[in-house]
Design a protein. Sequence first.
Length: 438
Amino acid sequence: MAIAEIVKYDGPPDVFAWKYPSEELGTWTQLIVNESQEAVLFKGGKALDVFPSGRHTLETGNIPVLNKIINLPFGGHSPFTAEVWYVNKRFKLDIKWGTASPIQIQDPKYGVFVPVRSNGMFGIQIEEAKKFLVKLVGTAPGFDERSIIRYFRGLYIAKVKDAIAAYVVRKSISVLEINAYIDELSAHMKSRIEPEMAEYGIRLVSFYVNEISTPEEDQAVRKLKEALAKKAEMNIIGYSYQQERSFDTMRSAVQNDSLGAMPFMGVGMGIGMGVGAGGAMASSMSNLVKEVSISNEEPQIKCPRCHAKVLQGQRFCSSCGFDIQKPLEDENQRNEQKKIAKCSKCGAVIRNTKFCPECGNKINPCPECGSDIPEGAESCPECGYKVPKKCPRCGAVVQEGTKFCPECGESMVKRCTKCGKPIDGNPKFCPDCGEKLR
Protein backbone atom coordinates (compact mmCIF):
# COMPACT_ATOMS: atom_id res chain seq x y z
CA MET A 1 0.00 0.00 0.00
CA ALA A 2 1.39 3.40 -1.05
CA ILE A 3 1.41 5.89 1.79
CA ALA A 4 1.46 9.64 1.05
CA GLU A 5 4.22 11.45 2.93
CA ILE A 6 3.77 15.05 1.71
CA VAL A 7 0.39 16.51 0.71
CA LYS A 8 0.23 19.97 -0.88
CA TYR A 9 -1.35 21.90 -3.77
CA ASP A 10 0.45 24.39 -6.06
CA GLY A 11 -2.03 24.53 -8.96
CA PRO A 12 -3.53 27.49 -10.89
CA PRO A 13 -5.04 30.36 -8.86
CA ASP A 14 -8.48 30.20 -10.55
CA VAL A 15 -9.27 26.87 -8.84
CA PHE A 16 -11.33 27.40 -5.67
CA ALA A 17 -11.43 23.80 -4.42
CA TRP A 18 -9.17 20.85 -5.23
CA LYS A 19 -9.18 17.27 -3.96
CA TYR A 20 -5.89 15.49 -3.32
CA PRO A 21 -6.00 12.48 -5.68
CA SER A 22 -4.79 9.86 -3.16
CA GLU A 23 -6.88 8.78 -0.17
CA GLU A 24 -4.15 6.65 1.46
CA LEU A 25 -2.57 8.63 4.27
CA GLY A 26 -0.48 7.86 7.30
CA THR A 27 -0.22 9.40 10.73
CA TRP A 28 3.23 10.72 9.77
CA THR A 29 1.92 12.49 6.62
CA GLN A 30 3.08 16.11 6.25
CA LEU A 31 0.20 18.39 5.25
CA ILE A 32 1.50 21.64 3.73
CA VAL A 33 -1.00 24.51 3.43
CA ASN A 34 0.15 27.69 1.65
CA GLU A 35 -0.87 31.23 2.50
CA SER A 36 -4.44 32.06 1.36
CA GLN A 37 -5.31 28.33 1.56
CA GLU A 38 -7.17 26.08 3.96
CA ALA A 39 -7.19 22.27 4.00
CA VAL A 40 -10.17 20.20 5.14
CA LEU A 41 -9.81 16.53 6.17
CA PHE A 42 -12.77 14.23 5.36
CA LYS A 43 -13.29 10.71 6.69
CA GLY A 44 -16.34 8.62 5.82
CA GLY A 45 -18.02 11.57 4.16
CA LYS A 46 -17.70 13.82 7.24
CA ALA A 47 -15.49 16.88 7.63
CA LEU A 48 -13.14 16.27 10.58
CA ASP A 49 -10.98 19.35 10.85
CA VAL A 50 -9.88 22.52 9.04
CA PHE A 51 -6.15 23.28 8.76
CA PRO A 52 -4.91 26.88 8.29
CA SER A 53 -1.70 27.85 6.46
CA GLY A 54 1.46 26.14 7.66
CA ARG A 55 2.96 22.64 7.98
CA HIS A 56 0.89 20.06 9.79
CA THR A 57 1.74 16.48 10.82
CA LEU A 58 -1.18 14.06 10.93
CA GLU A 59 -0.79 12.72 14.47
CA THR A 60 -3.36 11.76 17.04
CA GLY A 61 -1.87 14.34 19.37
CA ASN A 62 -2.60 17.13 16.87
CA ILE A 63 -5.86 15.65 15.59
CA PRO A 64 -7.60 13.95 18.54
CA VAL A 65 -10.61 13.02 16.41
CA LEU A 66 -8.43 10.58 14.45
CA ASN A 67 -7.95 8.51 17.59
CA LYS A 68 -11.74 8.01 17.82
CA ILE A 69 -12.43 6.82 14.30
CA ILE A 70 -9.21 5.01 13.29
CA ASN A 71 -7.75 1.91 14.90
CA LEU A 72 -4.06 2.69 15.22
CA PRO A 73 -1.94 -0.42 15.86
CA PHE A 74 1.81 -0.61 15.18
CA GLY A 75 2.67 2.09 17.67
CA GLY A 76 0.22 4.64 16.31
CA HIS A 77 1.74 4.80 12.81
CA SER A 78 -0.65 2.74 10.68
CA PRO A 79 -1.96 4.03 7.30
CA PHE A 80 -5.60 5.00 6.89
CA THR A 81 -7.90 6.28 4.13
CA ALA A 82 -9.15 9.85 4.17
CA GLU A 83 -9.76 12.75 1.78
CA VAL A 84 -7.86 16.02 1.81
CA TRP A 85 -9.47 19.07 0.16
CA TYR A 86 -7.68 22.35 -0.48
CA VAL A 87 -9.74 25.55 -0.58
CA ASN A 88 -8.34 28.72 -2.18
CA LYS A 89 -9.22 31.73 0.01
CA ARG A 90 -7.55 34.42 -2.08
CA PHE A 91 -9.67 37.26 -3.47
CA LYS A 92 -10.94 36.73 -7.03
CA LEU A 93 -12.14 40.13 -8.25
CA ASP A 94 -12.45 39.70 -12.04
CA ILE A 95 -15.13 37.03 -12.54
CA LYS A 96 -17.09 38.17 -15.58
CA TRP A 97 -20.82 37.60 -15.99
CA GLY A 98 -23.34 38.28 -18.74
CA THR A 99 -26.93 37.52 -19.70
CA ALA A 100 -26.98 34.68 -22.23
CA SER A 101 -30.25 35.88 -23.82
CA PRO A 102 -32.06 39.25 -23.81
CA ILE A 103 -34.41 40.01 -20.92
CA GLN A 104 -37.82 41.32 -22.01
CA ILE A 105 -38.78 44.44 -20.02
CA GLN A 106 -41.70 46.78 -20.67
CA ASP A 107 -40.52 50.36 -21.05
CA PRO A 108 -42.66 52.40 -18.60
CA LYS A 109 -42.11 55.63 -20.50
CA TYR A 110 -43.13 54.45 -23.99
CA GLY A 111 -45.08 51.25 -23.18
CA VAL A 112 -43.20 48.92 -25.55
CA PHE A 113 -41.43 45.67 -24.64
CA VAL A 114 -37.68 46.05 -25.09
CA PRO A 115 -35.06 43.26 -24.93
CA VAL A 116 -32.19 44.11 -22.58
CA ARG A 117 -28.71 42.59 -22.25
CA SER A 118 -26.32 43.24 -19.40
CA ASN A 119 -22.79 42.27 -18.41
CA GLY A 120 -20.20 43.06 -15.77
CA MET A 121 -17.94 41.42 -13.22
CA PHE A 122 -17.92 40.48 -9.55
CA GLY A 123 -15.39 39.51 -6.90
CA ILE A 124 -15.62 36.76 -4.27
CA GLN A 125 -13.68 35.10 -1.47
CA ILE A 126 -14.29 31.67 0.06
CA GLU A 127 -14.94 32.64 3.69
CA GLU A 128 -16.07 29.33 5.24
CA ALA A 129 -14.20 26.42 3.66
CA LYS A 130 -16.17 23.60 5.31
CA LYS A 131 -19.58 25.06 4.42
CA PHE A 132 -18.39 25.74 0.85
CA LEU A 133 -17.27 22.14 0.34
CA VAL A 134 -20.30 20.51 1.94
CA LYS A 135 -23.05 22.65 0.39
CA LEU A 136 -21.66 23.51 -3.05
CA VAL A 137 -18.74 21.35 -4.15
CA GLY A 138 -20.02 17.97 -2.96
CA THR A 139 -18.38 15.01 -4.68
CA ALA A 140 -16.95 16.91 -7.67
CA PRO A 141 -13.19 16.49 -8.22
CA GLY A 142 -12.66 20.26 -8.29
CA PHE A 143 -14.35 23.65 -8.44
CA ASP A 144 -13.11 26.60 -10.56
CA GLU A 145 -14.23 30.01 -11.87
CA ARG A 146 -16.46 28.52 -14.58
CA SER A 147 -18.27 26.45 -11.96
CA ILE A 148 -19.03 29.62 -9.97
CA ILE A 149 -20.50 31.30 -13.07
CA ARG A 150 -22.54 28.21 -13.98
CA TYR A 151 -23.95 27.65 -10.47
CA PHE A 152 -24.96 31.27 -9.84
CA ARG A 153 -26.05 32.27 -13.38
CA GLY A 154 -29.74 31.84 -12.60
CA LEU A 155 -29.33 33.89 -9.43
CA TYR A 156 -27.71 36.99 -10.93
CA ILE A 157 -29.89 36.94 -14.08
CA ALA A 158 -33.03 36.95 -11.91
CA LYS A 159 -31.63 39.77 -9.75
CA VAL A 160 -30.57 41.78 -12.82
CA LYS A 161 -34.07 41.53 -14.31
CA ASP A 162 -35.77 42.51 -11.05
CA ALA A 163 -33.36 45.40 -10.41
CA ILE A 164 -33.65 46.92 -13.90
CA ALA A 165 -37.43 46.55 -13.97
CA ALA A 166 -37.75 48.09 -10.49
CA TYR A 167 -35.54 51.06 -11.36
CA VAL A 168 -37.26 51.98 -14.62
CA VAL A 169 -40.68 51.77 -12.94
CA ARG A 170 -39.72 53.57 -9.74
CA LYS A 171 -37.88 56.41 -11.48
CA SER A 172 -40.26 56.49 -14.51
CA ILE A 173 -37.41 56.44 -16.99
CA SER A 174 -36.92 54.66 -20.30
CA VAL A 175 -34.82 51.51 -20.58
CA LEU A 176 -32.62 53.50 -22.98
CA GLU A 177 -31.75 55.85 -20.07
CA ILE A 178 -30.92 53.15 -17.50
CA ASN A 179 -27.14 53.45 -18.01
CA ALA A 180 -27.20 56.68 -16.00
CA TYR A 181 -28.00 54.60 -12.90
CA ILE A 182 -25.37 51.85 -13.25
CA ASP A 183 -23.61 52.70 -9.96
CA GLU A 184 -26.86 52.57 -8.00
CA LEU A 185 -27.84 49.31 -9.72
CA SER A 186 -24.48 47.73 -8.89
CA ALA A 187 -24.80 48.55 -5.18
CA HIS A 188 -28.44 47.43 -5.10
CA MET A 189 -27.70 44.09 -6.79
CA LYS A 190 -24.71 43.42 -4.51
CA SER A 191 -26.94 43.79 -1.46
CA ARG A 192 -29.48 41.38 -3.00
CA ILE A 193 -26.99 38.68 -4.10
CA GLU A 194 -24.65 38.82 -1.07
CA PRO A 195 -26.93 36.88 1.37
CA GLU A 196 -27.55 34.18 -1.24
CA MET A 197 -23.84 33.48 -1.67
CA ALA A 198 -23.19 33.61 2.07
CA GLU A 199 -25.38 30.50 2.41
CA TYR A 200 -22.62 28.58 0.62
CA GLY A 201 -19.69 30.03 2.55
CA ILE A 202 -18.84 32.61 -0.15
CA ARG A 203 -18.34 36.31 0.57
CA LEU A 204 -19.34 38.63 -2.27
CA VAL A 205 -16.60 41.28 -2.24
CA SER A 206 -17.89 43.39 -5.15
CA PHE A 207 -20.49 43.35 -7.92
CA TYR A 208 -20.35 45.70 -10.92
CA VAL A 209 -22.68 46.27 -13.86
CA ASN A 210 -20.50 47.42 -16.76
CA GLU A 211 -23.14 47.85 -19.45
CA ILE A 212 -26.88 47.62 -20.08
CA SER A 213 -27.61 47.49 -23.81
CA THR A 214 -30.46 46.79 -26.21
CA PRO A 215 -29.89 44.74 -29.41
CA GLU A 216 -29.80 47.06 -32.42
CA GLU A 217 -31.33 44.41 -34.70
CA ASP A 218 -34.52 44.14 -32.62
CA GLN A 219 -37.52 45.66 -34.42
CA ALA A 220 -39.03 47.30 -31.32
CA VAL A 221 -35.72 48.94 -30.38
CA ARG A 222 -35.11 50.12 -33.92
CA LYS A 223 -38.56 51.71 -34.21
CA LEU A 224 -38.25 53.35 -30.79
CA LYS A 225 -34.88 54.88 -31.63
CA GLU A 226 -36.13 56.06 -35.03
CA ALA A 227 -39.12 57.74 -33.36
CA LEU A 228 -36.87 59.46 -30.80
CA ALA A 229 -34.50 60.60 -33.55
CA LYS A 230 -37.45 61.98 -35.54
CA LYS A 231 -38.76 63.79 -32.48
CA ALA A 232 -35.35 65.36 -31.88
CA GLU A 233 -35.17 66.43 -35.53
CA MET A 234 -38.59 68.11 -35.36
CA ASN A 235 -37.65 69.90 -32.13
CA ILE A 236 -34.46 71.24 -33.72
CA ILE A 237 -36.11 72.38 -36.97
CA GLY A 238 -39.19 73.71 -35.18
CA TYR A 239 -42.27 71.93 -36.55
CA SER A 240 -44.81 69.48 -35.10
CA TYR A 241 -45.94 65.99 -36.01
CA GLN A 242 -49.13 67.38 -37.60
CA GLN A 243 -47.08 69.63 -39.86
CA GLU A 244 -44.86 66.67 -40.80
CA ARG A 245 -47.93 64.69 -41.84
CA SER A 246 -49.10 67.67 -43.90
CA PHE A 247 -45.77 67.67 -45.75
CA ASP A 248 -46.14 63.97 -46.53
CA THR A 249 -49.72 64.39 -47.77
CA MET A 250 -48.78 67.27 -50.07
CA ARG A 251 -45.76 65.43 -51.46
CA SER A 252 -47.92 62.42 -52.33
CA ALA A 253 -50.47 64.65 -54.04
CA VAL A 254 -47.82 66.44 -56.12
CA GLN A 255 -46.43 63.13 -57.37
CA ASN A 256 -49.89 62.16 -58.62
CA ASP A 257 -50.00 62.81 -62.37
CA SER A 258 -53.69 63.69 -62.28
CA LEU A 259 -52.96 66.93 -60.35
CA GLY A 260 -51.19 69.98 -61.67
CA ALA A 261 -48.76 72.13 -59.76
CA MET A 262 -50.81 75.35 -59.76
CA PRO A 263 -54.10 73.96 -58.40
CA PHE A 264 -52.18 72.13 -55.71
CA MET A 265 -50.58 75.33 -54.40
CA GLY A 266 -53.91 76.57 -53.14
CA VAL A 267 -54.50 73.28 -51.32
CA GLY A 268 -51.06 73.45 -49.71
CA MET A 269 -51.62 77.02 -48.54
CA GLY A 270 -54.95 76.08 -47.03
CA ILE A 271 -53.49 73.13 -45.10
CA GLY A 272 -50.54 75.21 -43.96
CA MET A 273 -52.78 77.96 -42.63
CA GLY A 274 -54.94 75.33 -40.91
CA VAL A 275 -52.01 74.20 -38.75
CA GLY A 276 -50.90 77.77 -38.01
CA ALA A 277 -47.99 78.05 -40.46
CA GLY A 278 -49.42 81.04 -42.41
CA GLY A 279 -47.47 82.65 -45.23
CA ALA A 280 -44.21 80.87 -44.40
CA MET A 281 -45.91 77.50 -44.93
CA ALA A 282 -47.38 78.66 -48.24
CA SER A 283 -43.92 79.73 -49.44
CA SER A 284 -42.42 76.40 -48.39
CA MET A 285 -45.17 74.49 -50.16
CA SER A 286 -44.61 76.49 -53.34
CA ASN A 287 -40.91 75.59 -53.37
CA LEU A 288 -41.75 71.97 -52.67
CA VAL A 289 -44.17 71.89 -55.60
CA LYS A 290 -41.54 73.30 -57.94
CA GLU A 291 -38.88 70.79 -56.87
CA VAL A 292 -41.18 67.78 -57.18
CA SER A 293 -42.63 68.96 -60.49
CA ILE A 294 -39.18 69.40 -62.01
CA SER A 295 -38.09 65.95 -60.82
CA ASN A 296 -41.26 64.41 -62.29
CA GLU A 297 -40.58 65.93 -65.70
CA GLU A 298 -37.27 64.06 -66.08
CA PRO A 299 -37.76 60.56 -67.60
CA GLN A 300 -36.66 57.68 -65.37
CA ILE A 301 -36.03 53.96 -65.79
CA LYS A 302 -35.55 51.10 -63.31
CA CYS A 303 -32.21 49.44 -62.58
CA PRO A 304 -32.33 45.77 -63.79
CA ARG A 305 -30.50 44.59 -60.67
CA CYS A 306 -31.94 46.51 -57.70
CA HIS A 307 -35.00 48.16 -59.40
CA ALA A 308 -34.05 51.62 -58.12
CA LYS A 309 -35.10 54.65 -60.21
CA VAL A 310 -32.35 55.91 -62.54
CA LEU A 311 -32.45 58.94 -64.86
CA GLN A 312 -32.66 57.96 -68.50
CA GLY A 313 -29.23 58.22 -70.11
CA GLN A 314 -27.39 57.63 -66.82
CA ARG A 315 -24.95 54.72 -67.30
CA PHE A 316 -24.43 53.45 -63.73
CA CYS A 317 -27.05 52.93 -61.02
CA SER A 318 -26.43 55.25 -58.05
CA SER A 319 -27.74 52.61 -55.60
CA CYS A 320 -25.87 49.43 -56.58
CA GLY A 321 -23.36 50.58 -59.25
CA PHE A 322 -24.77 48.29 -61.99
CA ASP A 323 -23.84 49.20 -65.57
CA ILE A 324 -27.22 49.96 -67.16
CA GLN A 325 -25.86 49.73 -70.70
CA LYS A 326 -24.72 46.09 -70.32
CA PRO A 327 -27.30 43.28 -70.48
CA LEU A 328 -28.34 41.67 -67.21
CA GLU A 329 -27.35 38.23 -68.53
CA ASP A 330 -23.66 39.20 -68.44
CA GLU A 331 -24.00 40.22 -64.79
CA ASN A 332 -25.72 36.93 -63.90
CA GLN A 333 -22.94 35.02 -65.63
CA ARG A 334 -20.31 36.87 -63.62
CA ASN A 335 -22.20 36.12 -60.41
CA GLU A 336 -22.27 32.42 -61.28
CA GLN A 337 -18.52 32.49 -61.89
CA LYS A 338 -17.98 34.04 -58.48
CA LYS A 339 -19.87 31.16 -56.84
CA ILE A 340 -17.43 28.51 -58.14
CA ALA A 341 -15.94 26.91 -55.02
CA LYS A 342 -12.14 26.94 -54.90
CA CYS A 343 -9.41 25.55 -52.61
CA SER A 344 -7.68 28.36 -50.70
CA LYS A 345 -4.32 26.57 -50.92
CA CYS A 346 -3.95 25.57 -54.59
CA GLY A 347 -6.99 27.23 -56.25
CA ALA A 348 -8.42 23.96 -57.57
CA VAL A 349 -12.18 23.73 -58.15
CA ILE A 350 -13.92 21.76 -55.38
CA ARG A 351 -17.46 20.40 -55.21
CA ASN A 352 -18.87 19.18 -51.87
CA THR A 353 -15.62 17.51 -50.77
CA LYS A 354 -13.97 17.44 -47.36
CA PHE A 355 -10.46 17.46 -48.84
CA CYS A 356 -9.03 19.11 -51.97
CA PRO A 357 -8.60 16.48 -54.76
CA GLU A 358 -5.43 18.23 -55.97
CA CYS A 359 -3.39 19.04 -52.84
CA GLY A 360 -5.26 17.19 -50.05
CA ASN A 361 -5.97 20.41 -48.09
CA LYS A 362 -8.80 20.03 -45.54
CA ILE A 363 -11.71 22.15 -46.75
CA ASN A 364 -13.49 24.61 -44.48
CA PRO A 365 -16.53 25.36 -46.73
CA CYS A 366 -18.10 28.81 -46.87
CA PRO A 367 -21.88 28.56 -46.19
CA GLU A 368 -22.54 31.10 -48.96
CA CYS A 369 -20.42 29.98 -51.95
CA GLY A 370 -18.84 26.70 -50.76
CA SER A 371 -15.24 27.90 -51.25
CA ASP A 372 -12.52 27.00 -48.78
CA ILE A 373 -12.04 29.59 -46.01
CA PRO A 374 -8.40 29.64 -44.76
CA GLU A 375 -7.90 28.98 -41.06
CA GLY A 376 -7.99 32.21 -39.05
CA ALA A 377 -9.56 34.25 -41.88
CA GLU A 378 -12.28 36.74 -40.93
CA SER A 379 -14.11 36.47 -44.28
CA CYS A 380 -14.39 34.24 -47.35
CA PRO A 381 -11.81 35.28 -50.00
CA GLU A 382 -14.28 34.48 -52.81
CA CYS A 383 -17.62 36.01 -51.77
CA GLY A 384 -16.71 38.09 -48.70
CA TYR A 385 -18.89 36.13 -46.24
CA LYS A 386 -18.12 37.26 -42.67
CA VAL A 387 -16.98 34.34 -40.52
CA PRO A 388 -18.75 34.36 -37.09
CA LYS A 389 -16.38 34.95 -34.19
CA LYS A 390 -15.97 32.56 -31.29
CA CYS A 391 -15.37 33.54 -27.69
CA PRO A 392 -11.71 32.83 -26.78
CA ARG A 393 -12.76 31.69 -23.29
CA CYS A 394 -15.88 29.52 -23.69
CA GLY A 395 -16.02 28.97 -27.48
CA ALA A 396 -19.57 30.31 -27.90
CA VAL A 397 -20.48 31.80 -31.31
CA VAL A 398 -20.76 35.59 -30.99
CA GLN A 399 -22.60 37.86 -33.41
CA GLU A 400 -20.70 40.48 -35.41
CA GLY A 401 -20.27 43.76 -33.51
CA THR A 402 -20.85 42.27 -30.04
CA LYS A 403 -18.38 43.71 -27.51
CA PHE A 404 -18.77 41.02 -24.83
CA CYS A 405 -19.54 37.29 -24.98
CA PRO A 406 -23.21 36.74 -23.92
CA GLU A 407 -22.28 33.45 -22.21
CA CYS A 408 -19.30 34.38 -20.03
CA GLY A 409 -18.87 38.17 -20.51
CA GLU A 410 -15.38 37.88 -22.07
CA SER A 411 -14.33 40.97 -24.08
CA MET A 412 -14.41 40.30 -27.83
CA VAL A 413 -12.20 43.30 -28.68
CA LYS A 414 -8.66 42.13 -29.46
CA ARG A 415 -6.08 44.21 -27.57
CA CYS A 416 -2.31 44.35 -27.28
CA THR A 417 -1.16 42.60 -24.09
CA LYS A 418 1.52 45.25 -23.51
CA CYS A 419 -0.06 48.64 -24.25
CA GLY A 420 -3.76 47.66 -24.37
CA LYS A 421 -4.43 49.25 -27.78
CA PRO A 422 -7.36 47.71 -29.75
CA ILE A 423 -6.08 45.67 -32.70
CA ASP A 424 -7.86 45.59 -36.08
CA GLY A 425 -7.34 42.63 -38.43
CA ASN A 426 -4.64 40.01 -37.79
CA PRO A 427 -1.26 41.81 -37.65
CA LYS A 428 1.72 39.98 -36.17
CA PHE A 429 2.97 43.01 -34.22
CA CYS A 430 1.26 45.88 -32.37
CA PRO A 431 1.37 49.08 -34.52
CA ASP A 432 1.96 51.27 -31.43
CA CYS A 433 4.52 49.44 -29.28
CA GLY A 434 5.76 46.67 -31.60
CA GLU A 435 4.77 43.89 -29.20
CA LYS A 436 4.43 40.49 -30.90
CA LEU A 437 0.78 39.48 -30.93
CA ARG A 438 -0.41 35.98 -30.14
